[in-house]
Design a protein. Structure first.
Length: 306
């Protein structure tokens, strides 16, 4: 017990005093270090307690490693082999909001180190470009930050049987994490609670959907059964080959809706089935042209489906 630490998050003062007198733990007042990460009683302090000190440490290290005989190619390798793993570890273990100022400071630190404080001879765009595109693969930390959250989307797609933290976030969010990314832009997310990590991942995903061709919205992976316009009458007949979450391709053929009998549905000829099918297609048309729902999957969407 003398080797153990305890951090009080929500225990009332009288009970806390009693526990301190009973167990010889080392009580931490501000933070508890666990696997290299400083956990704080208030979630809002995680950034200041972990990322800001790391920035100071990296600045001291790079000042100490600014040895004249190391070439600027060697300095890039120093950043890739020593600095990148330390930053990436924090980004992965604490997937919280990290302000752009942090990455701007890191980039400025990198540029000063590579060029030994002299005027840069190459643009940042060329330095950070992959070698396959004629660049020098200097780590672009903001892209790594985005990639960390994209990896979270892949792990969400495995469901709660994947990793324990996925099951925990699933419970705290109160929604299926597998479907959340694809429902952005619809009326299905009006009751999603704000969550420390889930909200950040979704915000980054929304920006990347708008600014890149990673997975243009709307996606063929949109789970229609989560939409308010979807009726249980439109659930396909039980078939092992059909997905549990019906996707647009089941109801749309190119730029036009399929007939109810082609889906297949339990009562394809009934008025109610036709009515609910019309409501669903009308709602989808209000969001985007129908052909966008059945476009080919992007490389990232194929990773998700696998």
């Amino acid at each position: 017990m003398s080797k153990s630490e305890i951090l009080n998050i929500s225990i009332p003062a009288p009970l806390s005093t009693h526990i301190q007198s009973t167990f010889p733990f080392r009580w931490c007042n501000t933070s508890l270090k666990y696997l290299g990460v400083h956990l704080t009683p208030a979630v809002s302090n995680l950034y200041a307690t972990n990322f800001v000190p790391l920035l100071r440490v990296l600045e001291k290290d790079l000042t100490r490693w600014a040895i004249p005989h190391i070439t600027w190619f060697g300095r890039i390798n120093v950043l890739k082999m020593n600095v990148l793993p330390r930053v990436l570890y924090l980004l992965q273990t604490l997937p919280i909001h990290v302000p752009s100022a942090f990455f701007r400071s890191l980039q400025s630190l990198f540029i000063r180190y590579v060029w030994a404080g002299s005027k840069p001879r190459l643009s940042v765009t060329l330095l950070t470009a992959p070698r396959s595109r004629g660049g020098l693969a200097l780590p672009h930390l903001q892209r790594y930050y985005q990639a960390v959250h994209l990896l979270r989307l892949v792990e969400w797609s495995l469901g709660t049987s994947g990793k324990q933290w996925v099951a925990l976030e699933h419970e705290l969010a109160g929604r299926s994490l597998t479907s959340l990314p694809w429902l952005l832009g619809t009326t299905a997310l009006t009751d999603i609670p704000t969550h420390l990590t889930v909200s950040v991942t979704l915000a980054i995903w929304r920006r990347l959907q708008r600014s890149t061709q990673l997975a243009p919205w709307p996606s063929p992976l949109l789970p229609l059964n989560h939409l308010p316009a979807f009726s249980p009458r439109l659930l396909p007949l039980t078939d092992a080959a059909l997905p549990q979450n019906p996707l647009p391709g089941l109801y749309i053929d190119g730029d036009r809706p399929k007939a109810p009998k082609d889906v297949p549905l339990a009562h394809p000829d009934s008025f109610l089935t036709t009515f609910h099918m019309h409501c669903l297609i009308t709602y989808l048309r209000s969001l985007a042209p129908l052909e966008k729902y059945t476009r080919p999957l992007t490389a990232f969407e194929q990773v998700i489906t696998r």
